[in-house]
Design a binder for this molecule. Structure first.
Ligand code: SF4
Length: 716
């Protein structure tokens, strides 16, 4: 059989008539692995495969998602023409008709209800140029204050914590190249083995070199397998666990006193607060035995070098920002930042989770990480955009709060780019109802996602194979995604779509771009002097230097590999520590008699976000074609649930049905469900709408639920 197959493949190979190679980057996670699409023309057909391409970050590696990434843009369901909903059915129309439709409805809604009756909802999967342009489009073309994006649900807690602690937010303070040489690593709430698989070799190398790895997660994962110590905490107790570790560090004096004195504010307050806490209370809150906290603190305190990484497990909580701040308190207390092999990394989820949060898609932000409420910042950007400062709208509200405003009728129309909010937001049943109330919903996407199905108009958007532009990866390295695969039908790039809409709205003079590079050159000026300064970066340099880590303030600036070597970004040059409570101000879900189990959520290796792209990939979909609930066998027994059985999970917000999957590796008081599926399998139907007051991050990672077999046994 093997012989026959080999013979078949050799024959196929011989029949290749032409071969074309297209360079690009993976559309999925923040590693932004460089890749090539290989298109081979055979006698009767074309075949495609994706291979890795060498670069400083992923070093030529691809994970299973990357290797199959070409399957969705080439899928038959790809939207290729503008589609207008008429009598409940989508009908193909021309771009001219689509643009006229938009003009008519924008004008009507805004004349009747004011500029803010329209909102814009963006994405962290689009390029820097498109994220920048979307912010400008909202404020200059539509003149609305309501713009936010799906990165709010992903990186807002880490961004807020880093800004408060260090004075700036670049996800990684060091380049990845330093990880293999650090001596102690704390991986808090991150499952990199499934979410960013090509980053794993950096950590495996560190382990080979003798690093001690501490993993913090309520369940065993591919990532916890490389750990020397696994702190299997109760979901939602990260801030308290960090207090426990900090308390040991202070008690056993692993402090870097000189560093604290010279480079940090607020340590005294933190020390006093932590001294007032009881270990027994922390043990009770976290479920982590005290000796394990001691072990973690001793290893991190005693080793010469160390790094801390956080991700959504810590961050997607109603105190996510504070919890990250508390891990940064640990890092600062032992002085492990601003020097070789020491630092912090927020492991970004989405492909452009970093760049998309820097240049104006956020409700309160202007390009270059400037503040929309700062007069100087407003003056600078108004000047770049050639508008009056008074015409620049003020701060809007966060993604979920925008949806509440849609539900209340204040926002009547929405432009949505590359996102699927009716599945990805918490309290998803409510979100869907809100979207159904919109008078006018325009969606730019590649597929009829669950949200696009609710649209009045869908615009065909380009993919990572076709759309050139810059992305900023997990390290803060700006890279150029060169993409030139021919577009099918009447597909347009997001930036072209925005420019054309602006034109019909009479704003052409502000949006007369003819390439992504032209937009980037304006972004460079707009970011100049800001925290995220890209002014020294050009497409030419990106091609020659294989990416540049920002800030990069001039054409001769090599970029910044390691941050905070001599000063932090606060005006006095010092980092800021603040005491963090064991308990969130906005209370998290508590288990009760009615809802006796914790529910936590996350990803699986074969899918990405709400699965709109990966569920279109035959290879990826075959690996996980449906959702599941991971449950400890002892818990399952208590609820009379068998392995691989359909189970109903219920919270006070809703109900879903998924298949059970036994695992000895999860806490018995917790179940886990991935978030890549929609409708009756959408775990966000169960999640509360409560937000972290500091950054408006929803509390995805802890809900209280009840479970039962989906089919009552008595009915057999
Ligand atoms: Fe690389 Fe992430 Fe794509 Fe995997 S999903 S190939 S790790 S960018």
């Amino acid at each position: 059989m093997t012989e026959m197959l080999l013979k078949y493949f050799r024959e196929q190979q011989k029949q290749v008539e032409t071969e074309r190679i297209y360079n690009t980057q993976c559309p999925y996670c923040s590693m932004q692995c460089k890749m090539q699409l290989v298109e081979q023309t055979h006698v009767k057909r074309k075949t495609y495969k994706t291979i890795g391409r060498d670069n400083p970050t992923s070093q030529g590696r691809l994970c299973i998602k990357g290797m199959n990434a070409h399957q969705h843009p080439l899928h038959k369901d790809r939207i290729q023409y503008p589609l207008l909903k008429i009598n409940g059915e989508f009908v193909k129309i021309s771009w001219r008709e689509a643009l006229d439709y938009i003009k008519e409805h924008v004008t009507e809604i805004q004349e009747k209800n004011g500029a803010d009756a329209l909102g814009v909802y963006g994405s962290a999967s689009i390029t820097n140029e498109e994220a920048y342009l979307l912010g400008k489009f909202a404020r200059v073309a539509l003149k609305t204050k309501y713009i936010d994006y799906n990165g709010r649900l992903c990186m807002s807690a880490a961004a807020s914590a880093a800004s408060k602690t260090f004075g700036m937010d670049r996800g990684f303070t060091n380049s990845l190249q330093e990880i293999p040489f650090t001596e102690c690593i704390m991986l808090a709430g991150t499952n990199i083995a499934e979410c960013q698989p090509t980053i794993m070799p950096y950590f495996e190398k560190a382990k080979e070199n003798g690093a001690f790895i501490i993993a913090i997660d309520p369940r065993e994962t591919g990532t916890t397998k490389i750990a020397d110590l696994h702190l299997k905490l109760k979901p939602g107790s990260d801030a308290a666990l960090a207090n426990g570790i900090l308390k040991v560090i202070i008690e056993e004096n692993y402090l870097d006193e000189r560093f604290l004195q010279e480079r940090v504010n607020g340590f005294e307050e933190v020390m006093q607060y932590v001294a007032s806490l009881e270990f027994s209370v922390i043990e009770e809150i976290t479920g982590v035995p005290l000796e394990k906290m001691y072990q973690a603190a001793r290893m991190f305190g005693q080793r010469e070098t160390g790094m801390i990484f956080t991700a959504r497990g810590v961050e997607q909580q109603t105190d996510g920002s504070a919890a990250v701040q508390n891990f940064l308190n640990i890092l600062l207390s032992v002085g492990k930042i601003g020097k070789p092999r020491c630092g912090y990394g927020a492991i970004t989820g989405q492909g452009n989770g970093q760049g998309a949060r820097e240049h104006g898609q956020k409700a309160d932000q202007l390009p270059g990480y400037r503040s929309i409420e700062n007069h100087e910042h407003r003056m600078y950007i108004a000047d770049v955009w050639n508008i009056e400062e008074k015409d620049l709208p003020r701060k809007g509200v966060s993604a979920y709060e925008m949806i509440e405003k849609i539900h209340d009728g204040e926002i009547k129309g929405l432009f949505l780019v590359c996102s699927n909010p009716t599945v990805s937001n918490p309290n998803a049943n409510f979100v869907k109802k809100a979207f159904e109330k919109l008078e006018f919903l325009v969606v730019a996407d590649m597929f009829e996602s669950e949200t696009a199905k609710l649209a009045n108009l869908i615009l065909p958007a380009s993919s990572y194979l076709e759309d050139e532009g810059t992305m900023t990866n997990v390290e803060g390295r700006v890279t150029l995604r060169e993409a030139s695969f021919p577009r099918r039908g009447e597909i347009k790039h997001d930036w072209e779509i925005l420019c054309e809409i602006a034109k019909v709205l009479g704003k052409e003079e502000y949006f007369s771009f003819s390439s992504a590079e032209e937009i980037f050159n304006e972004l460079r000026i707009a970011s100049k002097g800001g925290i995220a300064d890209y002014s020294g970066i050009t497409y030419e340099r990106l091609r020659a230097e294989k990416g540049i880590l920002w800030p990069c303030r001039s054409l001769t600036d090599k970029g910044t590999e390691r941050l905070f070597e001599t000063r932090f970004a606060h005006s006095d040059g010092k980092a800021m520590m603040v005491p963090v409570s064991n308990q969130a101000i906005v209370p998290k879900a508590k288990i009760t008699k009615k809802y006796p189990l914790y529910l936590t959520t996350g990803r699986v290796v074969s899918h990405y976000l709400t699965g709109v792209q990966t569920r279109k990939s035959a290879s990826l979909s075959a690996r996980n074609f449906e959702s599941f609930m991971e449950i400890h066998p002892s818990t399952a027994k208590k609820y009379e649930i068998s392995n691989q059985e359909l189970v109903q999970i219920e919270s006070s917000y809703g109900r879903i049905v998924v298949r059970s999957k036994f695992s000895e590796g999860i806490r018995p008081d917790t179940v886990f469900v991935p978030f890549h599926w929609a409708d009756s399998q959408n775990v966000n139907n169960l999640v509360s709408e409560k937000l972290d007051p500091a950054c408006k991050m929803p509390g995805f990672k802890v809900s209280a639920v009840n479970i039962s077999p989906s089919v009552k046994r008595s009915s057999y």
